[in-house]
Design a protein around this ligand. Structure first.
Ligand code: CP
Ligand code: NVA
Length: 307
């Protein structure tokens, strides 16, 4: 079954092929619309958490390509609460041709995939955000031609977005540096996977505490919220620890002059990212958000085996 749970489940060339397809589908979309490759297909959108980009871009991706999407809110199916994940997976498999799930625990999307007889896509878990990483890579390719030889610096919380970005970066030939506070490190499993991917591609991963050292020679500076969904009770504690990791104009000025600034959004403006940087000349945050649509069309096309 063609699930899409993590970028590291695929080979670098498979990920590159999906990105090449995304570039093709994006071009096609803007010159006259996509072909209805998803005709007769419905994607269930299962959400345990809120969303703007993931929800709307998957829905629109399905519609632009002749298919349909069905939004299932956290209150509706009660994944693992009202009904076991295994039962939800087997019931839904008889109604729809694919599922996208945004879950609290990564194990839940794995469980869904284990029992589903249609493709399952990870739309964010507490471990990773692979669909975001595909859009991120697409955005970097559009700016620099490829990821090969680039220095990608992530500053802030070593969260789900950072993990997927690290994995896709080293898979596609970039060096990855992360600066995060002590006590907020990546999990060992994320680091071990990163190390093995970097070894294969001959790239380097550097773990730092100092954000200034991290952005030196960076082509990309990336940040994300200090408090992810599901960590709300830690907000005050995190807001006391993370301010030195703010991406502001001073930090950006310490990188190369062509550096791009990225954020998966939603941004907490003037916390992890200042307004002047978010809306300044280095920022690509909106094209990056729009690329979710195009990257996901390509992921879906591969999952459905129609392109
Ligand atoms: N970046 C992202 O996944 O945004 P949403 O939470 O709005 O889907
Ligand atoms: N790290 C954030 C990403 C939101 C798209 C979270 O998990 O809430």
């Amino acid at each position: 079954m063609n699930h899409f749970l993590d970028v590291a489940d695929y080979s670098p060339s498979e990920i590159q092929d999906i990105l090449d397809l995304a570039i093709k589908l994006k071009k096609e979309y803007f010159v006259g619309g996509n072909k209805p490759l998803f005709k007769g297909k419905v994607l269930a959108l299962i959400f345990q958490k809120p969303s703007l980009r993931t929800r709307v871009s998957f829905d629109m991706a399905m519609r632009h390509m002749g298919g349909d999407a069905l939004y299932l809110s956290p209150a509706e199916i009660g994944l693992g609460k009202r009904e076991s994940i295994a039962d939800v997976a087997r019931v839904l498999s008889g109604y729809v041709q694919g599922m996208m799930a945004r879950v609290f625990e990564h194990e839940h999307v794995i469980e869904l995939a284990r029992w589903s007889s249609v493709p399952v896509i990870n739309g964010l878990s507490d471990f990773s955000h692979p669909c975001q990483a595909m859009a991120d890579a697409l955005t970097i390719i559009e700016k620099f031609g490829s990821l090969k030889g680039l220095n990608i610096a992530y500053v802030g919380d070593a969260n789900n977005v950072a993990v997927s970005l690290m994995h896709i970066s080293v898979m596609l030939g970039a060096n990855f540096t992360i600066a995060n506070p002590e006590g907020y490190d990546m999990t060992k499993v994320a680091m071990d996977t990163g190390a093995s991917l970097a070894k294969t591609s001959g790239t380097k991963i550097t773990y730092l505490r100092d954000p200034h050292a991290a952005v030196k020679d960076a082509h990309v500076i990336y940040t994300d919220t200090w408090t992810s969904m599901g960590q709300e009770e830690e907000t005050a504690k995190r807001e006391a620890v993370f301010p030195p990791y703010q991406v502001n104009s001073r930090l950006v000025s310490e990188a190369g002059k062509d550096v791009i600034v990225m954020h998966c959004l939603p941004a907490h403006r003037n916390q992890e990212l200042t307004d002047d940087v978010a809306d300044g000349s280095h920022s690509v945050i909106f094209p990056q958000a729009h690329n979710r649509l195009h990257a996901q069309k390509a992921v879906l096309a591969r999952m459905f085996e129609v392109a």
